[in-house]
Design a protein around this ligand. Structure first.
Ligand code: CTP
Ligand code: MG
Length: 395
């Protein structure tokens, strides 16, 4: 036997609109904000408020989808929920919801599913504020300066202190709301919201403070706003850091060329401390720069004779160690060298593999270009390299 008291409040969640202005290819209630649709978010809010009968008014043909969202949101309160079919106008949809009220209900809240992020506390506050003879709406002050217009002409000012922007849920004593709906039906009048219909029947409506989160998802920009509000908090997510490095070496000296981690038999060598691999050196500076750990001269310069003649792997592996000690992970590296020779494309993949392996597997890409005969690379005097790197600090 159930021991739950039957609630004296009902919330009619109108979700039967087509969402013409949102234009998302589905009835608005079933458009996803994140992994969950608008209706689900609205119902999550409704079921986080105090227990009430919940009537979801669904678009014709989508009752089953609405039922799925209702069950998912209701959890243990599934017995309190039901789905009915909506009408052609919002007013008809509310009327369909009213027809499904339980006998014990004395207070009725009408809520737009499209106000998907309405805080549960606002729902409770509206329910609390309803009295036996008056309706309640949440409303926000109007912030824009308002003008009266006639076509393209501004014909007057409107004092915004006399105005407020109405939201939902709107709460009413049940008997008066039902009779007001009956009157509207009899007269064939359509009202823009329930408070207007209720007031037209001669009943007072009071206002409580609305909520910024109670905005209605009407246009694509509103949907984007809802998505932003639901995006996971970025607190604690590390911000990647970027670094840049350049290096230039002249051709000269004895031996073979070392460039981009590879030996190039038959090509003129580059002169310089170590093997003159300007690609590797630019990458080292990009990584150290991104991490704020100084530069290549400081860690590998002539004061460090152990690196004389060393190849790219040694430099890069040590750089990776320095970064790891400082708490940085390497995101990726991209380098480009300017030179007439060597012809690079046939060995690009090989070079990228070697450099990436030296950096613990972080992606490394290397591109090569000539300079149309201009400058020292164009005259074949040397190689110029630019590299950029992304590193990610520990949280
Ligand atoms: N609504 C309804 N039945 C209708 C029309 C609207 O239940 N025949 C509901 C909508 O689902 C929405 C709320 O009333 O939750 C507010 O309406 P609105 O924002 O205008 O939604 P739509 O009518 O769907 O949108 P549009 O006017 O852009 O087509
Ligand atoms: Mg509409």
């Amino acid at each position: 036997m159930s021991i739950l008291p039957v609630p004296d409040t009902a919330i009619i969640v109108v979700a039967a609109g087509s969402g013409t202005r949102l234009d998302a290819g589905a009835p608005k209630a079933f458009v996803g904000i994140d992994a969950r649709p608008i209706l689900r978010h609205a119902l999550d809010g409704v079921f986080a408020a105090r227990p009430a009968q919940v009537i979801v008014v669904a678009p014709a043909g989508h009752e089953g989808d609405a039922e799925t969202e209702l069950r998912a949101a209701a959890g243990e309160r599934a017995d309190l929920g039901r789905v009915v079919t909506g009408g052609l106008t919002r007013q008809q949809s509310v009327a369909a919801g009213l027809a499904a009220l339980w006998g014990d209900v004395t207070t009725v809240l009408v809520h737009d599913a499209a106000r998907a992020l309405t805080p549960p506390a606002l729902i409770d506050a509206v329910a609390d504020a309803v009295t036996g003879d008056a309706g309640v709406i949440p409303a926000l002050p109007v912030v824009d300066t308002l003008k009266r217009i006639d076509g393209g002409a501004v014909t007057g000012a409107v004092d915004r202190s006399e105005l407020a922007a109405a939201q939902t849920p709107q709460g009413f004593p049940r008997a008066l709301l039902e009779s007001a709906y009956a009157e509207a039906l009899a007269s064939g009048s359509e009202y823009t919201d329930d408070a207007a219909l209720f007031a037209a029947a001669g009943h007072p409506v009071r206002r409580i403070d609305g909520s910024e989160r109670g905005f209605k998802i009407t246009t694509p920009a509103d949907l984007e706003r809802a998505r932003q509000l639901l995006a996971p908090a970025r607190v604690g997510v590390p911000i990647p850091r970027v670094g840049i490095g350049t290096d230039v070496h002249a051709f000269g000296g004895e031996g073979t060329l070392w460039l981009a981690g590879l030996e190039w038999p038959g090509e003129h060598p580059l002169s310089g401390h170590s093997d003159g691999d300007a690609v590797a050196h630019a990458i080292v500076d990009a990584l150290l720069g991104a991490a704020g750990l100084g530069d290549i001269g400081e860690h590998f310069g002539t004061a460090h004779p152990e690196y004389a003649g060393a190849h790219a792997e040694v430099f890069l592996a040590r750089t990776r160690e320095l970064l790891a000690e400082a708490g940085f992970t390497i995101g990726n590296v991209s380098a480009q060298f300017q030179a007439n020779r060597p012809r690079f494309s046939a060995r690009r993949a090989e070079a990228e593999r070697v450099l990436s392996a030296a950096l613990g597997g972080a992606p490394v890409s290397v591109t090569a270009t000539t300079t149309d005969g201009l400058g020292f690379p164009g005259r074949g005097e040397g190689v110029s390299v630019t590299a950029v790197a992304i590193v990610i600090p520990a949280t």
